[in-house]
Design a protein around this ligand. Structure first.
Ligand code: AHR
Length: 505
């Protein structure tokens, strides 16, 4: 049995939770767009050709922001080919796929509006530059009367879309990125593009590319150099991180949240170092615009090979998730909440079919992967302020991240509505003595996910069976004891738990 304590009080706050923390991502990659969100002729398609079943699941997932159109895809994208009456197919260099350009800026922004999600657009700073980026902002946000805004009007959309969030390229530190640059070259270009984009629309928020991962050789120096060039213009610096269970190293995988935690601390330190150097009071926040479990190194079956140009909508990156993956995703959300003061935006990468919580079959059903549940629950319950929950827990050793705590927690407080998120990473049950001195706390039920040891099998039937066995609705909190200002909870091995409650001081 693992024993941990957690101290909770509404006076100990991390910060206000930005709803944009619960974003996702749709890239022109694999079947994210074609037969994902968009499939004309599908029985559930609306009059625009978008699948209403997928839009409904997006809504149920609680997604606030959706990033588009990439990802690596954006670095060779010609957005003008994806608007207007005649669409020219193009070769997407990132995924070596034919892009039919049937869905472009107007179709995506229309879908986002109808689905009730905020769009987050990315501009191509790989093969293109300042002029095309500024033109796209004008196309989306300009008042009629100038060239690109009038093109939008001619394409059927009078009102500006008012897109607020803009990414200055994607993963420009990565050698795989088409048109990748060193930090100085990217920083100068991003600064110039950002300046022009803000001259078109000063109300937009800009995201500069941070590192593609903490393991990048330029990590840290990259952030400081890029922010040095763009400091007065950008609002956010991006982070990307994917985690996977490698060679059966379950302990390291379960400790992924600690790796994410350290990554955030280091990016915050890098941004604040630039602030110190520039004697600036500005606080650049983080756009964690790609995070998830991704079995990058695991051979996949049924995937479209890459030795030829792929036809549109190939099966790519269709990871099938287990209940263990769902526990880790829940834990990664705990980390995001615990950094709510500095993470303004988060995007679970991606939304549908591509390393996604939602899957579809062409002409067939859509379904929830096990990872859908911790995300949907956290997005629903985490409101108001994130609290600074002080956890004391034993640590266990991992090969990849050193010692990691066996129990993690996050809590939120919204005018007395409490949500508590607890993870037991250890292979034995854990008791958590929750200390809440001076707070009358009632915990009701919630949702619990317990990890499995089963190989994940594609298809809706297996996903439903995993949910049945491993995702439990709790009618009451798993309380095993009460004391003076304490509530003791019991957590199953390798589990993620979310509880709702009320508190008063
Ligand atoms: O999300 C899949 C890919 O991962 C994105 O295109 C890229 O930005 C990242 O490397």
């Amino acid at each position: 049995m693992t024993h941990a304590t957690a101290l909770l009080h509404p006076a100990f706050r991390v910060g206000e939770i930005d709803r944009r923390l619960f974003g996702s991502f749709v890239e022109h990659l694999g079947r994210a767009v074609y037969t994902g969100i968009y499939e004309p002729g599908h029985p559930a398609a609306d009059e625009h050709g978008f699948r209403t079943d997928v839009a409904d699941l997006t809504h149920e997932l609680g997604v606030s922001v959706v990033r588009y159109p990439g990802g690596n895809f954006v670095s060779s994208y010609v957005w003008e080919d994806g608007v207007g009456p005649s669409r020219t197919p193009m070769l997407d260099l990132a995924w070596r796929t034919i892009e039919p350009n049937l869905v472009g800026t107007d179709e995506f922004l229309g879908w986002a509006e109808r689905t009730g999600v905020e769009p987050m657009m990315a501009v191509n700073l790989g093969t293109r530059g300042v002029a095309e980026a500024a033109a796209l902002v004008e196309y989306c946000n300009g008042q009629p009367g100038t060239r690109w805004a009038d093109m939008r009007v001619a394409n059927g959309r009078q009102e500006p879309y008012g897109v607020r969030l803009w990414c200055l390229g994607n993963e420009m530190d990565g050698p795989w990125q088409v048109g990748h640059r060193d930090a100085d070259a990217y920083g100068i270009l991003a600064g110039q593009a950002g300046q022009a984009m803000k001259l078109v629309d000063p109300s937009i928020e800009l995201v500069a590319c941070g590192s593609s991962g903490m393991g990048m050789p330029t990590f840290g120096v990259w952030e400081q150099t890029v922010l040095g060039h763009t400091w007065s213009l950008v609002d956010h610096i991006s982070m990307h991180a994917y985690y996977e269970e490698l060679d059966g190293d379950r302990a390291s995988f379960l400790g992924s949240g600690t790796a994410m935690d350290r990554f955030v601390d280091r990016v915050v330190a890098s941004a604040d170092a630039v602030a110190a150097r520039l004697r600036s009071d500005k606080r650049v926040t983080i756009s964690f615009d790609e995070w998830n479990v991704w079995y990058m190194r695991r051979p996949r079956q049924g995937q479209e090979p890459g030795d030829h140009i792929r036809p549109a909508g190939p099966r790519l990156l269709e990871d099938v998730y287990s209940a263990l993956d769902a526990v880790v995703v829940g834990d990664l959300l705990v980390t995001l909440l615990n950094h709510a003061d500095r993470i303004a935006i988060g995007c679970l990468a991606q939304l549908v079919n591509v390393i996604a919580p939602i899957m579809t079959e062409p002409g067939g059903p859509s379904w929830r992967q096990p990872t859908f549940h911790p995300f949907a629950t956290t997005a629903r319950l985490a409101r108001g302020e994130a609290l600074d929950v002080r956890v004391e827990a034993p640590a266990f050793p991992t090969n990849d991240h050193g010692e990691v705590p066996a129990v993690t927690a996050a809590a939120t407080w919204d005018d007395g509505a409490v949500a508590l998120f607890l993870v037991n990473r250890s292979a034995e049950p854990a008791t958590v003595e929750l200390r809440h001195p001076g707070v009358a706390l009632t915990l009701a039920g919630g949702i619990q996910v317990t990890a499995d040891h089963e190989p994940a099998v594609p298809g809706p039937a297996h996903a439903a069976a995993v949910t049945e066995r491993h995702v439990h609705t709790l009618a009451t909190a798993p309380v095993v004891g009460h004391g003076d200002g304490t509530t003791t909870l019991e957590l199953p091995p390798e589990s993620w738990t979310a509880l709702e409650g009320r508190g008063s001081v």
